[in-house]
Design a protein around this ligand. Structure first.
Ligand code: B12
Ligand code: SF4
Length: 588
């Protein structure tokens, strides 16, 4: 029996534009790994990425001959070739339109294939999707592994998953005699470690240690999705093993996607200890809440490779925080941001604007808080509401919306469209003002970083400052017109980095800035210093080689390139050096 799991694209325009929409949901890896372990033929097709996420057994759109930019065409090409018996879509609200289009196409091409929808959108819109999309056979609600395995097994044996008198497989919805049958919630998997390690079969960067969240934010459906039976965790050992397996497959940076990663601090400390004692060099980002952070925890996290923590701050106005169900005080947020930053971890703030009751006064309060938080990264979201959230329920009850809204070609539902006191130009202006406040103050935030005086953290401070400097000199902040003199900020940060510990990225960064200003002699001196500390470092050798080429010293440059002659791109530099007249150089 052939199973094809599909990550459908969000609305088409986003397909190639935003990396966040190309990620295969971790849940698909869990389910596919479980089925593979049970000797089923399971694959994953990523329609959200033209390039594809290419873990083994993951099929990208490019594999499918002629995907072009149309995910539905790419999908049909794959199913015509593969002829799966069971097609399982992982569906979010933004991807439901493409998922439905694929389901329609699949029904025509493979009339007998089972078409199954699971994931966040079907979790709360199951009835609606079954009513409006006759091509869907089954909706899986909530956690998928046990339900999916049971379904596939029963289909393979030709047994009915429907059962009699409602005794079918739990956790599903289906049609029978023009009625929708709901078998009720499935038993949550209590021991997450009993699941097959997805890394056994796939390669990926997003992963999570827990399922569920202690929060009750009114705009979020995650706690409800993962069930009332409480939060469940992988053991620290299982999770560390998963990371180590992925490191062996070449991954060095991870996105730890737990809703609130640090809610069980002792487990996180144990996990960090395992990573540190394994001696692997990795970096990772996490998401947490400002009331689940303390010094000891942060110190462990930093030493285990954590370089960024995102916190949902949402607003600086008490009135808005109340509406959003975020009880954390501004003081608590400020403390958490300063503590995180002081450990050399980049604190990133999520803000929401356009909430019920939002005015220029509440936006001003958010801006005031933003300045006090001094975040080094931010994401500003316009409030959108999804089924399964408290705010959506409120809107249904007040008659502001019906499920039929999802007939429209929209990814999500911005709150302002339901609110007489708000409109798009105003809400957009709120967002623009918040972003402007962040970017125009960012140089000051970067200038005033206060790091803890803990010698064991000095190499990590050096790493942090030089990483941040790179975002100003070459990364995300380098070409943003709202940021004043990013090279100057970068230079200061690189120099500060070197006061903590020698750091190849800092030597390289300063030398590159010097080169940019045609200050080749000083750049060479700095490369030499860097190479004294890190002999044979590839980036420093490359930089030195290029700098020497700029000085016309090709023969000398060649000596820095040749040890890396087999690396991609190096041949180009070697050829240039070889083709130059080196007689001239000997006189230099
Ligand atoms: C990490 C994360 C991301 C990451 C990685 C995304 C990814 N593709 O995994 C990034 C940052 C890239 C991201 C992006 C976005 N995300 Co996001 N994300 C999450 C988060 C925090 C964790 C996801 C996760 O790993 N869960 C753990 C795994 C095990 O669960 P899972 O993948 O959902 O799979 C399980 C079940 O859903 C089910 N299942 C899933 N698919 C299928 C398919 C079948 C056939 C079956 C049987 C079962 C099944 O079984 C799986 C195993 O138990 C969730 C919240 C949450 N805690 O779930 C939000 C969440 C999924 N994201 C959300 C949103 C809105 C987005 C964005 C649209 C944000 C934006 N405005 O740009 C984008 C677009 C994503 C997309 N492709 O549609 C919403 C979706 C709401 C909705 N109703 O649609 C969520 C639920 C957050 C929220 N509470 O609002 N996200
Ligand atoms: S927004 Fe974050 S903290 Fe709030 S309930 Fe959702 S996952 Fe939990």
């Amino acid at each position: 029996m052939k199973i094809l799991f599909v990550n459908p694209a969000c609305l088409d325009k986003r397909v190639t534009s935003d990396d966040d929409h190309k990620v295969v949901p971790i849940g698909l890896y869990y389910m596919a790994a479980l089925l593979l372990e049970n000797k089923f033929d399971a694959r994953i097709l990523n329609l959200a990425s033209p390039a594809g996420m290419d873990g083994q057994k993951t099929q990208s759109r490019q594999d499918s001959n002629d995907p072009g930019n149309d995910p539905v065409l790419a999908f049909t090409a794959v199913i015509k070739k593969e002829k799966p018996d069971f097609i399982g879509f992982s569906v979010t609200n933004p991807s439901r339109i493409n998922a439905q289009a694929c389901a329609r196409a699949a029904r025509k091409i493979l009339p007998h294939a089972w078409i199954v929808f699971g994931g966040p959108a079907p979790g709360f819109l199951g009835d609606y999707l079954l009513k409006t999309c006759p091509e869907i056979d089954i909706i899986v609600r909530g956690e998928g592994e046990s339900t999916c395995l049971a379904l596939v097994k029963s289909i393979k044996k030709g047994k009915s998953f429907k059962g009699k008198n409602g005794k079918g497989i739990k956790g599903i919805l289906f049609r029978e005699n023009n009625k929708i049958i709901d078998t009720g919630p499935a038993e949550p998997i209590q021991d997450l470690d009993s699941l097959v390690h997805p890394s056994k079969y796939f390669v990926f960067q997003h992963l999570s240690m827990s399922r569920g969240c202690p929060g009750r934010c009114t705009f979020c459906n995650s706690p409800k999705f993962w069930g009332a039976s409480g939060i469940r965790f992988h053991s620290a050992q299982w999770f560390a093993m998963e990371i180590q397996a992925l490191v062996k497959k070449g991954i060095t940076h991870f996105y730890i996607s737990d809703d609130t990663f640090t809610m069980d601090r002792d487990r996180v400390i144990e996990f960090c200890g395992l990573i540190i004692s394994a001696g692997i060099t990795i970096t990772w980002n996490a998401i947490s809440r400002v009331d689940y952070i303390d010094k000891e925890l942060l110190s462990h996290m930093r030493k285990a490779g954590c370089i960024q923590i995102s916190f949902g701050v949402e607003s600086g106005a008490e009135k808005i925080k109340k509406v959003l169900g975020k009880p954390m005080s501004n003081e608590k947020c400020i403390q958490a941001f300063s503590l995180t930053l002081s450990h050399g971890i980049m604190p990133r703030a999520y803000f929401i604007y356009g909430s019920p009751g939002e005015t220029w006064d509440t936006i001003q309060e958010s801006m005031d808080l933003l300045i006090k938080l001094r975040p080094l990264g931010t994401i500003f979201y316009m409030l959108v509401i999804f089924p399964g959230t408290h705010l959506y329920k409120y809107a249904l009850e007040k008659g502001l919306v019906t499920h039929e809204i999802w007939d429209q070609n929209i990814e999500d539902l911005p709150w302002f469209t339901l609110d007489d006191n708000l409109d798009f130009p105003q809400v957009k202006a709120f967002g623009d003002k918040l972003r402007q406040t962040f970017y125009t103050n960012l140089n000051q935030f970067a200038d005033s970083i206060d790091l803890v005086e803990d010698k064991s953290l000095y190499p990590f401070h050096a790493d942090f400052l030089s990483r941040l400097a790179m975002t100003f000199s070459h990364g995300e902040y380098a070409n943003d017109p709202r940021i004043k003199d990013p090279d100057k900020i970068a230079e200061t940060l690189f120099n500060r980095s070197l006061t903590y510990s020698p750091q190849p990225r800092a030597f390289l960064g300063i030398a590159m800035l010097l080169q940019k200003n045609k200050n080749f002699d000083q750049a060479v001196t700095l490369f030499e210093k860097g190479l004294d500390h890190f002999p044979g470092n590839k980036d420093l050798c490359m930089g030195m080689g290029i700098c020497l080429m700029n000085q016309g010293r090709f023969k000398k440059a060649l000596a820095f390139f040749t040890p890396f002659r087999n690396e991609s791109g190096m041949g180009h530099f070697i050829n240039i050096c070889n083709s130059q007249d080196t007689h001239h150089e000997s006189r230099l």
